[in-house]
Design a protein around this ligand. Structure first.
Ligand code: SF4
Length: 434
């Protein structure tokens, strides 16, 4: 039997697409093995979001070459899009596919394995406006499923390569979203996470907002118990969305809203379309209606010219906002972006120190947020067994555990929080639903 292995780098959207590719290859009767094992065919689903991600993509290509010099090697995704000319020089790479041809990728890999004809399929993404709907029918052993509804970005943040690699914004047609969600719930997934590169801008070409789509999903997808948005920009959390969340309890009480910096000058240099005050006002409007919703964020530190004063003032501002946790990224230069050629790049050692300070803040904020749930009830969707405990996530995306009971797996339960252990809430069972 032909074996294949996939290495996925980068974002959740890549992870989603890789599930679709694996499913497509299994439909040829192929067997998936771990990437560290010897396989007949390797797919490196690459990322170019930073120079480091690009280097990791190259490492994976070399790893595949070492593990099986006779293997068929395919490289797809953002790094393949950016560096196709360079990759085409490598005689060990059989197939190079950029950021489109996603629907045909399993077939292209199958053909290349059969005929070993060298193929390079890379288009200029500025002219691609078709949403390629990769069908992922099932996520193995998972309660939660991901559904990609949007691709591309028109924002051009000065540090980000994505608009160049993934092209302009485009969405999956609303009826298609409904059909795919129905298929996922029919296959046993009770929670769906809507993902995309710029999910908040879903549906512009169809004249439908993300909130309207979510309302349709709640009304038309039977078996759907929880609906999440993977990430959304502050200026895209509309009043319509807040109102919908208020009346529709199945929409998760968690919004991941990237802020990226706590300083207005840096936000402007990043080409982010809001100020600190705009962000604060928006999260206040959300909390007013949806308290104690979890609002988490992404922060980049060490952006070019970020001074110690700006960084320290940003820390204070972020603390004041009482976010529930932060994903912290030291700024990483990406060739081809505006920020890569900005003066006053920050030394790595300073970026490391700022990352550590932000991570300490994130841990403190998270502990504070966890405490607000002590002796309160949360709704948990139980997902897995771990060392004699059943573990799941609350609507706020907090990890909760309780003594194991196999009958509760993949079901929703209301639990009272009786303790906190590290980053986790400890729940006491009350009533099982679903
Ligand atoms: S919004 Fe900014 S950071 Fe996000 S994908 Fe678009 S350009 Fe990149």
């Amino acid at each position: 039997m032909t074996t294949f292995a996939i290495a996925t780098l980068g974002c959740k959207v890549n992870a989603y697409e890789s599930q679709g590719y694996a499913q497509g290859l299994r439909e040829y009767g192929w067997e998936e093995v771990a990437f560290k094992d010897c396989a007949d065919v390797y797919l490196i689903h690459s990322c170019a979001v930073t120079n480091t991600a690009a280097a990791k993509s190259r490492q994976k290509i070399h790893q595949a070459q070492r593990q099986n010099p006779a293997a068929c090697i395919a490289v797809a995704g953002c790094y393949a899009q950016m560096a196709h000319a360079q990759l085409a020089q490598d005689p060990h790479i059989d197939l190079i596919v950029g950021s489109d041809h996603k629907e045909q990728l399993p077939k292209l890999i199958y053909q290349t394995w059969q005929d070993r004809v060298h193929r390079v399929l890379v288009n200029d993404m500025r002219h691609v406006n078709v949403f390629e709907a990769i069908a992922v029918k099932q996520f193995s052993h998972q309660t939660r499923a991901y559904l990609k509804i949007q691709d591309g970005c028109n924002q051009f943040c000065s540090y980000c390569i994505i608009p160049y690699t993934r092209g302009t914004e485009r969405s999956l047609a609303p009826d298609e979203v409904i059909k795919k969600a129905q298929m996922l719930t029919a296959n046993g997934h009770v929670e769906i996470v809507l993902t995309g590169i710029h999910t908040g801008r879903y549906g512009r070409e169809y004249g439908i907002s993300l909130a309207s789509l979510m309302q349709r999903l709640c009304e038309e997808v039977s078996g759907l118990q929880r609906l999440r948005i993977s990430s959304i920009e502050c200026n895209e959390v509309s009043d319509e969305l807040i109102a919908l969340m208020k009346r529709e309890k199945r929409i998760a009480r968690h919004l991941h809203i990237p802020i990226q910096s706590g300083d207005n000058t840096i936000l402007k240099a990043m080409n982010r379309p809001y100020t600190l005050a705009d962000y604060e006002q928006r999260i206040q409007a959300i909390r007013k209606e949806l308290y104690p919703i979890s609002i988490s964020s992404d922060v980049i530190c060490g952006f070019p010219a970020e001074s110690e004063e700006q960084f320290a003032a940003g820390l204070v501002a972020l603390r004041k906002m009482k976010l529930s946790f932060l994903h912290v990224f030291p700024y990483s230069r990406r060739d081809g972006t505006k920020a890569a050629i900005m003066p006053q790049q920050i030394p790595n050692e300073m970026k490391k120190q700022r990352t550590a300070r932000l991570m300490t803040l994130s841990r403190e904020l998270h502990q504070e947020y966890l405490k607000t749930f002590m002796h309160h009830e949360v709704e948990v969707l139980w997902e897995r067994e771990e060392n004699g405990y059943i573990v799941g996530h609350s609507s706020e995306y907090l990890e909760v555990c309780a003594p194991y009971d196999a009958g509760k797996l993949h079901r929703m339960e209301t639990v009272c929080i009786i303790g906190i252990q590290d980053e986790r809430l400890i729940g006491k069972a009350q009533e099982v639903r679903g």
